[in-house]
Design a protein around this ligand. Structure first.
Ligand code: FES
Ligand SMILES: [Fe+2]
Length: 404
């Protein structure tokens, strides 16, 4: 990995371990109003200005293994089908027939030469073009060339596939900025899907994101697992451009160089620093990725309403030999589920408290500033002028955003 970056992260961890007061450059983190998590108008704006206009993670390219492979994505709010064309290119479209709007696939995933609407059987090629209209003789003046499926942006970086409904959005790679290079250390193209877990949670999606942007809670919430492995005092965070972030927490000395994965399932691409720490990337808006050798997960927070969320864990690991998923990966998923259950236990009660007259703005420590950074990016994506009164966070930390 980049030697300058590694040195900077290691230096900062040492400084963090040694300090007994806030660092000299720390400032008070401005309050986070809780109406951001409860106001239906705020939620509508997020749907319209954040989820419909930002790159959203949908999977790994190996999950579309051949021409005609398709998968349906509905978690962002719009029905989107991602399909690999006969030319091998991944494309995304709204799952909406140009005749009268019925879905062109009802299956979650599959392989097809054509996407055929089940209402009146208009059918489309894997490139989205309208190929056949039954009873075409009854459609006076129809121009099939104009009636392809409506496109959604779809781009792949290092094997990871994202979609964006905003046709004028900047390219995925420039959106990801420094995160792209740093995450590519994991060697994305060799990955393969291990499995997916979905947990419905009774809280606003941002509460769940917040929980993955700090390790302050590790000793209290995860005393029997993560706290044994990680030293929360040895943590450094970076606010990266566009609401992205990086959090690195060092393992306790006794585990620092202890192999967590069997040799045959290890990912040789993973740099030493990431083996000796947990390094996770927050990718705006709804993705947190704790990088690891062996199996690791993309944590996706999908709002299902203003006050409910689906936490989707999409697990990947370097391609292994043999058919079934190695037991070691399944064990890791199960252990991680225990950690997730501990995280989730707080969510519904917090949502209840911030929905009550007892609600007060959140007070964040300097070590929790990634949360403020994420919320500020939500505001900027919505547009500060559009925010409901009293919901905005401050711009006071904008000067602390780092380039890498
Ligand atoms: S709505 Fe698709 S064929 Fe009629
Ligand atoms: Fe946690």
């Amino acid at each position: 990995m980049d030697a300058t970056l590694e040195l900077r992260i290691r230096d900062r961890i040492e400084t963090e371990k040694a300090r007994t007061a806030p660092p000299p450059d720390a400032v008070p983190v401005p309050l986070v109003p809780t109406t951001r998590y409860t106001d239906p108008a705020f939620h509508d704006l997020e749907r319209e200005r954040v989820f419909a206009r930002t790159w959203l993670f949908v999977g790994h390219e190996s999950e579309w293994p051949e021409p005609g492979s398709y998968r349906l994505m509905t978690r962002s709010g719009a029905p989107i089908v991602v399909v690999r064309g006969d030319d091998g290119v991944l494309r995304a479209f709204y799952n909406a027939c140009r005749h009268r709007g019925a879905p062109v696939t009802r299956d979650e995933c599959g392989t097809a030469r054509r996407l055929t609407c089940q209402y009146h059987s208009w059918s489309y090629g894997t490139d989205g073009e309208l190929k056949a209209v039954p009873e075409e003789r009854s459609f006076a003046g129809i121009d099939r060339d104009e009636l392809g499926l409506v496109p959604v942006r779809c781009e792949t970086w290092d094997g990871w596939v994202f979609v964006n409904e905003h046709l004028e959005a900047e390219p995925l790679l420039s959106f990801l900025g420094p995160v792209a290079d740093q995450m590519a250390e994991i060697d994305g193209p060799v990955m393969r899907a291990v499995g997916t877990q979905v947990h419905p949670i009774a809280c606003n999606w941002k509460l769940m994101v917040d929980a993955f942007l700090e390790v302050y809670h590790v000793r209290t919430v995860h005393p029997d697992n993560a706290a044994l492995l990680y030293n929360d005092h040895a943590t450094t965070v970076s606010m990266l451009p566009k609401g992205h972030s990086r959090l690195t927490v060092e393992k306790h000395d006794v585990f620092r160089d202890f192999p967590m994965v069997s040799e045959e399932l290890d990912n040789p691409a993973v740099p030493t620093l990431w083996r000796q720490t947990s390094t996770s990337f927050g990718i705006f808006p709804n993705l947190v990725v704790p990088m690891d050798t062996g199996a690791f997960t993309f944590l996706c927070m999908w709002p299902t309403s203003a006050t409910t969320t689906d936490l989707e864990l999409r697990w990947y690991a370097p391609a292994w030999s043999g058919e079934g998923v190695p037991q070691e990966h399944l064990d890791r998923m199960e252990l991680f589920d225990t950690v997730m259950a501990q995280d989730q236990a707080n969510m519904a009660p917090i949502q209840a408290s911030i929905s009550s007259p007892g609600a007060r703005p959140f007070q964040l420590g300097w070590h929790e500033r990634l949360i403020h950074h994420f919320h500020r990016a939500v505001d900027l994506a919505i547009g500060v002028d559009r925010l409901p009164p009293g919901t905005a966070v401050s711009d006071a930390l904008d000067g602390f955003v780092e380039e890498a």
